[in-house]
Design a protein. Structure first.
Ligand SMILES: Cc1cc2nc3c(=O)[nH]c(=O)nc-3n(C[C@H](O)[C@H](O)[C@H](O)COP(=O)(O)OP(=O)(O)OC[C@H]3O[C@@H](n4cnc5c(N)ncnc54)[C@H](O)[C@@H]3O)c2cc1C
Length: 420
């Protein structure tokens, strides 16, 4: 469908002004908002759902993987700092299980209770002094006359509103704000497949035993016998803290041509949700029928939305490499710079309350020329401060293997503000 219409200019109220505006309340947004508020920046975190946690809650994951690393054969906690504080809050809510090995014994997983995570994340962010705005989706940007981001346009049940800020942190998981702002990003040619997570309840734990080891064999046998075909070949089915309940990662979501569902395409997202629920129904029926201990089980919960593993990746001044991660590299220089910035800010704690009644007039801005590369920015610039737009080539050699530079699929929703 190629028809377009031009929307008329509209006036929306300015609903807030902050030094730091964080878009997205997943782990990245939770930590970014907490860090900004703790050094005295007036901070607002905007989240489209009514709770924090990102894929951990809305995607129903219920485990943190990556807190540990295998160092000389031993699995040790290597991620600390704010992660410790979040885990302590979860612990106090009795929302943690003992870490266990997952993914064929290769990765240490820290399982958590999803409801406890929502509560712990609220408390962590609010205790820092940051404010939250739930049920508010950022839908576009407003630029000032110099082309810098002036504010983000938020759509909610209260209508549209503009949140102004000095620094904008894109923690949307999809790089929405970065892409709309024209910041460089990359995408893999072949995206990882999304999955729809679900939880099974009513399992007899004694009968089930270590069924997480046998379910895969049962599935492989059924495929070899030609009775079944499963979209995901490596299931992860594990008991939760209460062993009556098991989490299930058993689905793999694709388009008709076999490509992965793209989390930035609303029609593909719709297909993925429907397909995901069908796969839940079919794989659960198989498990219930064939696995001892699952005879009386039932699906107690399907995640609020499909879990998107990757879409856009913002290209910042530095990209972590595989070797950085495997070698536990410390990026000391970057840390020091952040601390200095934070100290100065402490003295000038400034809080600007939501102000009603001010209006910004939004006019559609000229979109980048269709033939020109959008989203290009020179390297060496802080990716999180999205307040400068420019056109430049991708940094030499910086896109990861099998990645391509791309512009957002849809024209970026961007307006120019006219101060009323
Ligand atoms: C199926 C699946 C299984 C996984 N398994 C694990 C696992 O077992 N353990 C593990 O540690 N990791 C796992 N991961 C990876 C983990 O989920 C991610 O690394 C992590 O969630 C990334 O955090 P984030 O904050 O960057 O993004 P997200 O968690 O995606 O959070 C983004 C947030 O931004 C919000 N948002 C997006 N757009 C907007 C907008 N325009 N306006 C307002 N809000 C917006 C979203 O609602 C969401 O809350 C898995 C991922 C998937 C999909």
């Amino acid at each position: 469908m190629s028809a377009t219409v031009t929307l008329p200019a509209r006036e929306v109220p300015v609903i807030g002004e902050y030094e730091v505006v964080v878009v997205g309340g997943g782990p990245a947004g939770i930590m970014a908002a907490t860090a900004a508020a703790r050094v005295g920046r007036s901070t607002l975190l905007i989240e489209r759902y009514g709770f924090l946690g990102g894929a951990g809650t809305m995607g129903g994951l219920s485990t943190f993987c990556g807190l540990h690393a295998r160092v000389h054969g031993e699995d040790v906690r290597v991620i600390r700092g704010y992660a410790d504080e979040l885990l302590e809050r979860l612990e106090r809510l009795d929302g943690l299980s003992e870490p266990h090995l997952s993914v064929e014994g290769r990765i240490m997983a820290q399982a958590f209770d999803i409801s406890a995570y929502k509560m712990a994340a609220d408390d962590l962010v609010l205790a820092s002094g940051a404010e939250l705005l739930f049920h508010a989706a950022v839908q576009g940007l407003v630029h000032d006359d110099l082309g810098r981001i002036d504010g983000v346009v938020v759509e909610s049940k209260s209508g549209a509103g503009l949140v102004r800020g000095r620094f904008f942190i894109d923690a949307s998981g999809d790089g929405d704000v970065a892409a709309w702002a024209g910041a460089p990003f990359e995408r893999s040619e072949h995206l990882l497949y999304p999955s729809l997570m679900f939880r099974i309840n009513g399992v007899d734990p004694v009968q089930a035993g270590p069924a997480w080891k046998t379910i895969r064999t049962l599935m492989e046998d059924a495929e070899a016998a030609g009775t079944h075909s499963f979209p995901r070949k490596k299931p992860i089915v594990r008991p939760q803290r209460n062993p009556l309940e098991w989490r299930s990662n058993l689905t793999q979501l694709s388009n008709e041509d076999g490509s992965a569902i793209d989390g930035t395409d609303v029609r593909q997202l719709t297909r993925g949700e429907i397909q995901g629920r069908r796969q839940v129904r079919d794989t659960f029926a198989f498990i219930r029928e064939r696995t001892p201990g699952f005879e009386d089980s039932y699906v107690v919960d399907i995640a609020p939305q499909i879990g998107i593993r990757e879409t856009r990746r913002i290209v910042g001044p530095y990209q972590l490499t595989e070797q950085d991660v495997l070698g536990l590299r410390r990026l000391r220089r970057h840390h020091r710079r952040e601390r200095v910035a934070g100290r100065g800010a402490c003295d000038r704690r400034r809080r600007v309350p939501l102000r009603a009644g001010r209006l910004a007039r939004l006019q559609p801005a000229a979109l980048p020329d269709a033939g020109a590369p959008a989203g290009r920015q020179p390297p060496g610039r802080r990716a999180l401060r999205l307040d400068e737009r420019s056109a430049a080539s991708p940094p030499a050699g910086s896109p990861a293997r099998a990645s391509s530079w791309a512009r957002p699929r849809a024209p970026p929703p961007t307006w120019r503000s006219v101060r009323a």
